[in-house]
Design a protein around this ligand. Structure first.
Ligand code: PLP
Length: 421
């Protein structure tokens, strides 16, 4: 078995923490955690759940599955509680899906860094397919056809297509038209679609049209989601999957629950209480979602402008809290600093400017490209008070602590690329 290394974003996060503890000023853009204060009402629910100490049903108890079914139904996906499985994080559910469903995996390239290692743990081959010019999270349809044909000709058996809507790492959302095309192709080729919708409630403009593949290919789409991103509760570990309402869905769900029964047993019972509250979406939850989406949008756009001003190409971010610039137009300038690929770009930014980013090749992208992922959600402040002020502000990028860090970033990239202003 190939040597395995720790997930690169978690490894980098630890390195940054060590350097910060040693007193260094680091602009941390290398970890996708929505660092926001816990909503007091959520903390209250968790405390209420503390007296729940039974293991409970593996898929989750009736109350939380009912709440999840309501959540999906309100998003245009009519759902019965029996289609739902809860777990300690959607990462566990994504791994379980890959373990129980046969065939190789098709991924957008670049993609979130855990899909490919999970596929390899499941003994699968991974086929990365370039993303379209306008957005990430989905493969370019023409390139997908070519990849599938090539993989089959080489004796492989691609059967799972993973989509991220909106996307990590590009911070963009595939259009309904693209989703329709990919769903039709999946139907033609009998692919299972795994639609990772963990950033769904973080569209910067709530009017952005959203189409889940589960609306157009309901018979073959599993949707995953969770509390980690939309509520900034990554450490609470709560995820959910919705399976198709047919024989395939029942079989898959049974297989995932069987795997769960041998591994995590169930979502922690107190967490089920908190998750049921979040997914039932009372007004306080809806307000928090709207405020955090606004904040993510404002800061992601400000960081996007820093990169574009420095000379990069970049898709404007529309959802979640990521920006994925391409410094190809600045290749000659960067070469003067010894930067020739995504690895040297990441290293130089960290060593010279204390700016931590995640190099594109760690996300499956071409190692020779000058691309990286910047997660913008750790910029909201170090203290709870700063983070809350960012959340409450109508114009967060003007708050002194945010303006300061954005200034440092602009200065660093200005120096790197030779200020063009
Ligand atoms: C695209 C994507 N899917 C899934 C996850 C994992 O989320 P969870 O905390 O639910 O395991 C992440 C977290 O970074 C993510 O970015």
């Amino acid at each position: 078995m190939a040597a395995r290394t720790m997930s690169p974003n978690l490894a980098l996060n630890q390195l940054v923490a060590e350097r910060q503890a040693a007193g260094e000023q680091i602009v941390h853009l290398a970890f996708g955690e929505a660092r926001l204060p816990v909503l007091p009402e959520m903390a209250q629910q968790l405390a209420l759940g503390a007296s729940e100490n039974a293991y409970g049903p593996v898929a989750g108890g009736p109350a939380v599955r009912e709440a999840a079914a309501g959540y999906f139904t309100r998003r245009g996906l009519p759902t019965d509680p029996d289609q739902v499985v809860l777990a300690p994080g959607s990462k566990a559910l994504l791994l379980a899906l890959q373990l129980v469903y046969p065939g190789d995996v098709l991924l957008p390239r670049p993609a979130w860094n855990s899909y490919a290692p999970q596929a390899r743990y499941a003994g699968k081959q991974v086929f990365g397919v370039p993303i379209p010019a306008e957005c990430g999270g989905v493969p370019d349809p023409a390139a997908l056809r070519e990849t599938v044909a090539r993989a089959r000709a080489a004796g492989h058996d691609p059967r799972i297509l993973i989509l991220t809507l909106p996307d990590n790492p590009t911070g963009t959302l595939a259009t309904p038209e693209l989703v329709r095309q990919l769903a039709a192709y999946a139907q033609e080729e009998d692919l299972l679609i795994v639609s990772d919708e963990i950033y769904r409630d973080l569209l910067h403009d709530p009017a952005t049209p959203y189409l889940s593949p589960a609306e157009v290919a309901p018979e073959r789409t599993v949707v995953t989601n969770g509390l980690s991103k939309s509520f900034g509760l990554g450490g609470w570990r709560s995820g959910v999957a919705r399976f198709p309402a047919n024989e395939l869905g029942e079989r898959l769900r049974t297989d995932v629950v069987t795997f769960a029964s041998e591994s995590w047993s169930a979502l922690a019972a107190p967490m089920q209480v908190a998750t049921a509250f979040a997914l039932s979406e009372p007004p306080v939850i809806r307000q928090r979602l709207a405020a955090s989406a606004r904040l993510h949008g404002a800061v992601a756009r400000a960081v996007y402008e820093v990169f574009v001003d420095a000379g990069a190409d970049c898709r404007p971010p529309t959802g979640g809290f990521y920006v994925y610039p391409d410094f190809e137009p600045m290749r000659d300038v960067l070469a003067q600093h010894g930067i020739t690929d995504s690895d040297t770009l990441q290293r130089h930014l960290f060593a010279e400017f204390g700016v931590a980013v995640l190099a594109g090749h760690l996300l499956g992208d071409d190692p020779g490209a000058l691309r990286f992922k910047a997660a913008t959600s750790l910029l909201y402040g170090h203290s709870r008070a700063e983070q809350q002020a960012a959340l409450d502000s109508a114009d967060p990028v003007r708050l002194p602590h945010l303006a300061q860090v954005l200034g440092v970033l602009a200065e660093s990239f200005g120096k790197l690329c030779g200020s063009r202003r």
